[in-house]
Design a protein around this ligand. Sequence first.
Ligand SMILES: [Zn+2]
Length: 336
Amino acid sequence: MYNLKLLIGIDIGATWTRVALSKPSGEVLSRTSFKTPRSGGRRTVAEAIIDEVKRSLSKHLHNVEAIGVGTIGPLDLSSGIVFNAANLPIKTFDVAQPLMEELGKPVIMANDCTAAVWGEYVFGVGKNVENLIYVTISTGIGGGVIVDGNLLVGKSGNAHEIGHIVVDASGKMTCGCGGRGHWEAYSSGANMPRLASRLIEEWSLSNLEKMSKVYESYTSNNLSPELIYAEAKNNDLLALRILLEVNKYNAAGFESIINTYDPELITIGGSIALNNPELVIEPIVSYLKNTKGLLTQFPSIRQTELGGDIVLIGAIALAAMPPRNLLKRLKYLSEK
Ligand SMILES: [Zn+2]
């Protein structure tokens, strides 16, 4: 059907794994998804992907040049494995080797946010922007960074775990990783309810605040980020007071990454930011415009236009234009 060369992009998330067939231009021709296996052995995730590719793309496989993978981490890139994943019961699993063996194509693999920033650079609003950061604010907080046109990767592929930047030296909240005071422990979807509960316990609340649905959910141990943002949109005083705190930590994280990497452009994605841009992105920008803490020119900061597809598009971008710095780390490519 397609005579031109094609690419496959794969996004391995904690809940869903998504597979797309694409042209080298990034134009997606077809896509499927399935639930990421939550039980099994080291090859179970890869086998599920192989089955899906063989089932849905077998007639195009002979035209496929390369496969790009953006995956939850942490990674051991040299052997192409996910190592000790925090959000998946199968903690450690092989990705690159089984895909290469069964599908017979080179596999270019990176962590999800690294793939995402590469997607922004190759196909998105970051096209030709040499100093670019992508930040996701979702269940967790993560980032990908390009400096001087080079994708920064790190020794094992785990550079820019920006969600684990310390934003509170007092270490009030403990992060899922075990560290204290990490950005993700305050502003991520997974941890915001714990922060909100802690704040409600510390604050003396007005009667009006005690009438809030957020307070009601706190007392029934049922707080969620969705509720906090929804109530903030209704001008609920307690929700707004909580988000004022959450946004301080977001601003601290952004101030740190801008001073660290000197970007021209930062794009923001992840469900919390994409669903609530006026309550997440706008306060960050307005804080940063007023802080004296930036030692460089103010970068452009905007929502990504690739939306929830950014990791999948990023995986395609890895296959379309493999980043030089990343290829050096993928020892498994030359081991066969
Ligand atoms: Zn952490």
